[in-house]
Design a protein around this ligand. Structure first.
Ligand SMILES: [Zn+2]
Length: 79
């Protein structure tokens, strides 16, 4: 396991491992500011993505991807 890291964007708390339910693609997420990092990327502000943007891209939608979805429909914490 990598060392626990605090979110570099907001500095609030620990980043957690999540994955997409559809295909198990893993990523790191900080759930307060929705910052996302792919595995192997340095957890730095310069590499941070926003969960909404990544989900919108995966679902092929513009703007807010959630609509009728909630997080638990799309992502889940990695056990
Ligand atoms: Zn943050």
């Amino acid at each position: 396991m990598p060392t626990k890291q605090v979110c570099p964007r907001c500095g609030q708390d620990w980043i957690h491992l999540y994955r997409f339910r559809a295909d198990g693609t893993p990523f790191s997420l900080y759930t307060e500011c929705d910052s996302l990092w792919w595995p192997g990327e340095a957890v730095e502000v310069a590499h941070a993505k926003f969960l909404d943007d990544v989900v919108a891209e995966r679902l092929g939608v513009e703007g807010n991807p959630w609509g009728n979805l909630v997080w638990a429909d799309v992502i889940e914490p990695t056990p």
